[in-house]
Structures are given as C-alpha cells and as structure tokens.
Design a protein around this ligand. Structure first.
Ligand SMILES: CC(C)(COP(=O)(O)OP(=O)(O)OC[C@H]1O[C@@H](n2cnc3c(N)ncnc32)[C@H](O)[C@@H]1OP(=O)(O)O)[C@@H](O)C(=O)NCCC(=O)NCCS
Length: 143
C-alpha cells in the first residue's frame, strides 16, 4: 500500500501523526487477512510498535503486509512501514508491527480460516516464531 503524506496527515512540525500511520497499518494488514480468509475480519490486537524515523508532508509511506501464521480463526500479519522521498531517491525504515485479525461471521462469531501454505524455510521459521508470540499473547489475555 502506498500513501502520499498530505498536510492534513501531519502535526504542527510537519511529521505524519503516529495514529495516521497506525490506521494505514491496520488497513493494510486487514486487506491481507481478508484476502486470505475470504471473510470479514476484525482487529484483535496490535503488538508493540516503536517509530524509528518520521515521514514528512510531501513524502511517501510504503506499507507491506505479510501473513506469518493462520491459526484457527485468527491470523498474524507482519506489517512493515518505510518512508520514501521520491525527490531525493531515499527510503528508510519507519515502524513495523505484528497485527492479529480474527475472521468473523455476520454475528461477529469467529470462523475458521484455511491453513497458510508455507513454501520456504524462511516462512516456516517465521511461523514457528508466530506460534511463540501467540502463546505469549494468550497467556497475557488469561491474566
Ligand atoms: C476478536 C474477537 C472477535 C474474539 O472473539 P472472542 O469471543 O474473544 O473469541 P475467542 O476467545 O474464541 O477467540 C477467537 C480467536 O481470537 C483470538 N484472539 C482473541 N483475542 C485476541 C487478542 N487480544 N490477541 C490475539 N488473538 C486474540 C483467539 O486466540 C482465537 O484465535 P483462534 O481461533 O485462532 O484460536 C472479539 O474479542 C471482538 O469482537 N473484539 C473486538 C474487535 C474489534 O472491534 N476490533 C476493532 C475494529 S475492527
């Protein structure tokens, strides 16, 4: 997903609002989860995020979403955000996060999603790490 930063997206210092970036991340990840599940999806949670460097008015925000694991009804998506200055030809890391979506029916009941097909060792390693993060999230949820 690509967004152009307009003055309406920025704070008084000309940098994009963190909340605006988070909204774009949520949307980008939702599209990924919806394409995989073929269902309506809702955001269950977003893991920690730390902004490394801002993106300013006139610059570009580049977002990529990749599913790391599909569980029963929930899916973990990794979203990476970069800033880009098309005039200077520069790209830099902005922020990244893991977002969990749940596929639901019309009554907001969770519904099962199809398994994620893993074809590379990198994807298999990412899925193992996703299972570990899920265990830690669910443990926090129980407390
Ligand atoms: C997300 C939601 C549908 C889960 O419903 P629930 O009744 O708690 O259902 P369950 O306990 O059976 O959990 C369903 C799945 O969600 C996962 N889940 C629930 N809360 C979670 C959380 N905070 N983080 C990660 N996963 C979570 C569960 O692990 C389970 O996954 P699985 O089916 O893959 O095993 C419900 O909490 C909800 O509607 N929340 C509000 C969503 C919302 O409004 N989002 C913002 C706007 S889109």
């Amino acid at each position: 997903m690509t967004e152009h930063v307009l003055p309406t997206h920025t704070n008084s210092l000309g940098g994009v609002f963190g909340g605006q970036i988070m909204a774009w991340m949520d949307l980008c990840a939702a599209i990924c989860a919806q394409r995989h599940s073929g269902a309506v999806v809702v955001t269950a949670g977003i893991d920690d995020l730390t902004f490394e460097r801002t993106v300013r008015a006139g610059q570009i925000v580049r977002l990529t979403a990749r599913m790391t694991a599909a569980f029963r009804s929930s899916m973990e998506i990794f979203v990476n955000v970069e800033g880009e200055d098309a005039v200077a030809g520069e790209v830099w890391p902005c922020v990244s996060a893991f977002v969990t979506f749940v596929a639901v029916d019309a009554a907001m009941r969770p519904v099962a999603v199809r398994p994620l097909v893993l074809s590379t060792d990198e994807e298999r390693v990412a899925e193992i790490a996703a299972h570990e993060r899920r265990a830690s999230r669910l443990a926090k949820r129980k407390k």
